[in-house]
Design a protein around this ligand. Structure first.
Ligand code: FES
Length: 340
């Protein structure tokens, strides 16, 4: 058994024999960015301040000789050899450190799909270095030269080895950027993306049941957070409740069904506000919550959607005992308005 100490917080986690540093951090609830988990992408690179470790077999393009000499290592493959290994990770209070945002990174639209009546999904692949982000964060997309004001859109997927990001864009009433995405932007177009921004990332070190509440394209950041948590083997129950007006507004149903079959701790419910359909809940989430979750005092609650939706969810969750420090919100429509 070795100790992994994170600096600057000084927080230590145990690493059992045979585990990688990434596994040890994740078991203790500390999310280290990662993609391939096989020493090929470089995403899990951190500086090792002291201690010995076996780096295992990794690709030179993921960790150059220079970087090795600077004391950097890939934690998805690194196994401690000394009793203690000290690494640079996170903030002074052991929370994930945000990546510096990048401006105008070039991406290509590799896929565009109409996924619901008013929502298109864009799959964007970076031309250069991928944008680094935490699940739950957002980017801006627009075309200033063509007079299309950049707007904020949450990334709907956890980081991938190829750096692809998925954005879900609702056609907003009178919205010029969303109209441009829906009507003009074509597969093959090059676009500029800035980001990532936002702090809707929760605290990965928290080990509680999780309740996610999403309306409209508020589902995007929730999807990214859930994908990342399930991928890293989060064991506590995760429940997602999606609110929509009618079945026409629903999307990502296949993904949610897949998660439910693959991960026993994941479940989801859908509530429709404007139609009653067998198998679906009916009504507003704030009206349904007391019946579904009478006690939220031990839950982490994530709510994303319009500010009115988020406010209503938070007020109800608090009345059911949800704690401030475990309640995370993203009123993304507000950001879109603020950013023009
Ligand atoms: S996660 Fe890709 S190199 Fe570690």
């Amino acid at each position: 058994m070795a100790r992994i100490v994170m600096q600057p917080s000084g927080v230590a986690v145990e690493c059992v024999h045979g585990d990688t540093v990434l596994m040890a951090l994740e078991k203790a609830g500390h999310a280290l960015p990662n993609n391939c988990r096989a020493g090929a992408c470089g995403e899990c690179k951190v500086k090792v301040l002291s201690g010995q470790f076996d780096q295992g077999v990794v690709l030179d393009m993921a960790l150059s000789q220079d970087e090795r000499q600077q004391g950097l290592g890939l934690m998805c493959m690194a196994k401690p050899i000394s009793d203690e290994m000290v690494i640079e990770w996170g903030t002074e209070d052991a929370r994930p450190k945000l990546f510096p945002p990048r401006e105008n990174a070039l991406f290509v639209v590799v896929e565009k799909r109409q996924v619901a009546a008013r929502v298109v999904e864009l799959q964007l692949r970076p031309v250069g270095k991928p944008i680094r982000y935490w699940p739950g964060q957002y980017v801006t997309l627009g075309d200033e030269r063509a007079g299309v004001v950049p707007r904020s859109y949450s990334i709907a997927n956890a980081p991938r080895p190829d750096g692809e990001i998925v954005l879900q864009v609702t056609r907003a009433e009178g919205g010029s950027t969303s109209a441009w995405v829906h009507d003009t932007l074509e597969v093959g177009a090059a676009v500029k993306i800035s980001g990532a921004y936002g702090t809707f990332i929760g605290d990965p070190s928290v080990d509680t049941p999780v309740l996610c509440l999403a309306a409209g394209t508020g589902l995007a950041p929730i999807q990214a957070l859930a994908e990342a948590a399930l991928r890293r083997g989060y064991r506590r129950p995760v429940t997602l409740i999606v609110a929509a007006r009618t079945r026409e507004d629903l999307y990502s149903l296949g993904l949610m069904a897949w998660w439910r079959i693959k991960h026993r701790n994941f479940d989801y419910r859908i509530t429709l506000g404007r139609e009653q359909v067998e198998g679906y809940l009916h009504g507003r989430i704030d009206a349904l919550l007391p019946g579904l979750f009478p006690d939220l005092s031990r839950h982490s609650v994530f709510a994303a959607g319009s500010p009115a939706f988020v406010d209503a969810c938070v007020a109800t969750a608090r009345s059911l005992g949800a704690r401030n420090e475990l309640t995370h919100t993203e009123g993304f429509f507000e950001q879109q308005r603020l950013r023009g």
